[in-house]
Write a protein of this length. Sequence first.
Length: 103
Amino acid sequence: MLVCVHAVAFVLAVAEVADGVCRIPSPASIQTDADVVLEGTLEVLIEDADRSSRTLYFLISDHRRVPLRFSRRPANLVTGTRVRVRGRWDADSALVVSELTRL
């Protein structure tokens, strides 16, 4: 049973600029073995249930919500934090983050 979900989203910015329009390439349009650098606003959701809980991370950019995965849980990240992430696309369209910088 899901007890609580907390979510707030903010709109953010860039990855690729063409003709003055910022665009994030879709995972299907780029190689999964190529590094991607995105900037945006972090969205952190905490799902809390009777037997377990989990924290989900997303990058909000160009009106798109990109799921983020970390090899180890990042410390002190909250919704609304402006970040730059570097990583590679996973097969399920999540960005596996290798580096995160707070802006």
